[in-house]
Design a protein around this ligand. Structure first.
Ligand code: GRF
Length: 214
């Protein structure tokens, strides 16, 4: 067995995706360890999850730094100190600049609660995504895991899975259904990355042969 891949998870909220990652590491479903968690908010429940599992955790708030670059330098420093090899944005509500993206080029992945390129972009995040899906009358939504580039929700797509929108769905019920799918999809994507099975060819991510991932 190779050395576990060191993950750095960036969060802002509940951290159910973080929990899914921690659980998958513990169960040996992925050969990874969460080396560090960074939260953009002091009150994120994700921090409690990290503490419950003895994972080093930090709060890094943009407003405490004179510029975006200084803010990102502080996060990069922490990630480097913890030997992070893959950065996961798991409900991280801040936009990263090209400075950060360049540091971890093709080593940052994000989970988004819709089928990109639908219902995504700078102003659509968290619960707003599900509200927009229902307001539009869409019958299908889903989850997307993608590499992060300098544009919001725009990097090459790794995996997607659909979720049907039922007539009586509310943003809350839809969020719950999508969350369940997200937890599985994110783990699948991390597993593929850790097994070196993802190849980026322009906009396309090629999944190379290996053991089954389902
Ligand atoms: C998820 O729906 C994710 O797709 C979005 O923010 C939400 C975070 O949920 N980016 P959680 O904090 O992991 O529970």
């Amino acid at each position: 067995m190779n050395k576990p891949l060191n993950l750095g998870v960036l969060v802002s909220g509940q951290g159910t995706n973080l929990q899914a990652i921690i659980d998958a590491c513990q169960k040996g479903e992925i050969n990874c360890r969460v080396s560090v968690v960074i939260s953009s908010r002091q009150d994120a429940y994700a921090l409690i999850r990290a503490r419950n599992h003895g994972i080093p955790n930090f709060v890094v708030r943009k407003k405490d730094y004179p510029s975006q670059i200084e803010y990102e330098k502080a996060m990069i420093e922490i990630l480097k100190n913890h030997g992070v090899e893959l950065v996961i944005l798991a409900g991280f509500m801040k936009v990263l600049s090209p400075y950060f993206v360049d540091h971890y080029r093709n080593r940052i992945i994000n989970i988004h609660p819709s089928l990109i390129p639908a219902f995504c972009g700078k102003n659509l995040y968290g619960m707003k995504v599900h509200e927009a899906v229902i307001a539009y009358g869409a019958k299908i939504t889903g989850a997307t895991v993608h590499f992060v580039d300098e544009n919001v929700d725009a990097g090459p797509i790794i995996l997607q899975e659909p979720v049907s929108v039922d007539q009586d769905d509310t943003p809350e019920s839809l969020a719950e259904k999508v969350h369940k799918v997200e937890h599985k999809l994110l783990i699948k994507a991390i597993k593929l990355f850790s097994e070196n099975r993802l190849e980026i060819l322009g906009r396309k991510v090629i999944v190379k042969e290996g053991d089954t991932v389902s």
